[in-house]
Ligand binder design. Sequence first.
Ligand SMILES: [Zn+2]
Length: 335
Amino acid sequence: MTGSAPRPPRRSVLLRATTAAAVAVPLCTAGWFGWRALDHSDPAGAAATATAPAAAPAPTATDRPGPADGTTAPPLTPPVAPPPSTAPAAAQTPPAGGAGTATSLAGRTVLLDPGHNPGNSAHTAEINRRVDIGNARKECDTTGTETDAGYTEAEYTLDVSRRARAILAARGATVVLVQDGDRPWGPCIDQRARAGADAHADVALSVHGDGGPAAGRGFHVIMPGRVVAGKADTTAIVEPSHRLGLLLRDRFRAATGEPYADYVAEDGLDTRSDLGGLNLSTVPKVFIECGNMRNSTDAQRMTDPQWRQQAAQGIADALTAFLTTQEKTEERHGS
Ligand SMILES: [Zn+2]
């Protein structure tokens, strides 16, 4: 595919946002909706703003001020290695191509960031509070999207992250989850970004499902752009995160058969400078939007535990390759 899928005029996005709010369909601003909020018709302009404090983001359905007095966020869940008994049987499956052994990741630490939190929808005041992401202020967290049947992005991201943790732990890695269904909401995106450094992680990855137009499907990987503004300085992580992004795109597609997104990004890759979870990270980090939960085909896949295991396998294989090889996959276009 060419990645030049027709895009609706900007006005329709705002109408969509209004509609979404009216029917209470939550949004994941890390994916299509956030991508649409940026001006992707002007790549040069977007690049030029990447290193400067951004203008206030366009109003969206989720743009609501937080509580005036500021809500104190509970502390991040202490990192706890999962007991072996929580590992699904498939976790013992060796990586494709023999890319790792049971101990190949010994001494390495991976931070997994399951996007959103199943409890966020019951804590709107807390998650709507704005936090500093370096070049802007954004909501602490969002509720995420969901399928038509009500399977939420937060449930999906936590399940896939746990499955990936089991695979990586079986390969010897120490795996830390930003949240493990053990806190009522959040954490905020700035805490999610700092969690990599807090855990002394070698690499970090945030799992999401997108809330794009129903006719669009496929997955895409989001890599950090260079941002030097306020608390943010991604200079040191841009290149290694790009390497991780390419590995993730290839391993995820190989494991799941999922096509590149046909409604957002280019050849399954996007670079963003408006995501707090990336801007404030000091360890290599990418996001993956594993599919479009608003699309019936993707929703069916993402609701299937077997497919989620494949998704986790692709994620774990990419992280393993990142940590154990110098492999640098070439960007390919038109595939
Ligand atoms: Zn999300």
